[in-house]
Design a protein around this ligand. Structure first.
Ligand code: TA6
Length: 290
């Protein structure tokens, strides 16, 4: 449970996981302390913007399928493809609630923290223990999520990302704008290429784009456009598992591939981040409905 006084509009929850629920005139959402996981966000008058699988685990120490998983300190299985758990330890650690406020306009500002000393050393044995992570969340008519990585006495080298799952009416009637001309690494084939025009979806799509651009998710089915802005991120990942990969994932319904697209702000592989002792790095994503 939380130990700080919560303002009207933010309430403590303890099931299915400990966390806080936001419900103000500007919007609503849920943040779990497991992974500092923003699991839901719905701006006032809109459909839900973040997607969450009906089949996700919601257990302490387990990854959550949907919302905004944090990727840190490695992406996937890491550059050497030898690391576990997938996408690192931040998403399965229990974070502390540092701050919870609501503005007169109804925007909830919430800060969560993770102290390196509190992380199971066996999960990342070569990680210095004196790092600190902070997640700053501003949830209202827009959603801003900022991950701050603070090095202690030792230099930190890491991959990172905000692995956001966006709800769409039908992935087959959805396109991503803003990556035309961007180089990308296609993970299923291992090849590299340059994006021609908008991204549409007709099969498994798992690509790391070299791009700092603002992106748009244009959802024809729901007649909605999501604006995805970012700071401190040199790459964007676009992912949809499609049919076969969805069927092989235990925490994803066989037909749920139709309902979401991941557009992720990341710094991975040759864009990994090095933070000098007692310095910090910030990466953020701001989401709005146009
Ligand atoms: O960001 C895309 C990706 O790396 C995909 O390859 C897929 O593995 C996805 O992340 C989900 O990863 P997870 O560890 O959450 O199952």
């Amino acid at each position: 449970m939380t130990h700080i006084k919560l303002p009207p509009g933010i309430t403590a929850i303890d099931a299915p996981l400990a966390g806080v629920a936001v419900d103000t005139p500007a919007g609503s959402g849920v943040i779990y302390f497991n992974g500092a996981h923003v699991a839901a966000w719905t701006p006032a008058g809109q459909r839900p913007v973040l997607w969450l699988s009906d089949h996700t685990a919601l257990e302490s120490g387990k990854a959550i399928r949907g919302g905004i998983p944090l990727l840190w300190p490695w992406f996937g299985a890491g550059a050497d493809e030898q690391h576990a758990p997938s996408h690192g330890i931040a998403r399965i650690a229990t974070w502390d609630l540092l701050q919870a406020e609501v503005s007169p306009a109804g925007t909830a500002s919430i800060v969560l923290s993770l102290d390196g000393a509190a992380v199971d050393a066996s999960l990342a044995p070569d990680l210095p223990r004196d790092f600190q992570l902070r997640l700053h969340i501003r949830m209202g008519t827009t959603l801003a999520v900022q991950l701050v990585v603070i090095a202690g006495e030792e230099e930190l080298v890491f991959e990172e990302g905000l692995h956001s799952y966006f709800a769409v009416g039908d992935i087959q009637k959805t396109r991503i704008e803003g990556l035309d001309g961007a180089a990308f690494h296609d993970r299923p084939s291992g090849s590299t290429a340059t994006q021609q025009g908008v991204i549409t979806f007709s099969g498994e799509t798992d690509r790391i784009y070299e791009s700092q651009q603002t992106l748009r998710i244009v959802d024809e089915e729901w007649n909605r456009t999501l604006l995805i802005e970012k700071v401190g991120s040199k790459q964007s990942v676009v992912w949809n598992p499609w049919i076969d990969k969805a069927a092989a994932m235990g925490d994803l319904g066989d037909d749920e591939w139709r309902e979401f697209v991941c557009v992720e702000a990341v710094n991975v592989r040759d864009q990994s981040i090095t933070v000098k002792p007692r310095s910090r790095h910030l990466i953020s994503q701001t989401i709005s409905v146009e």
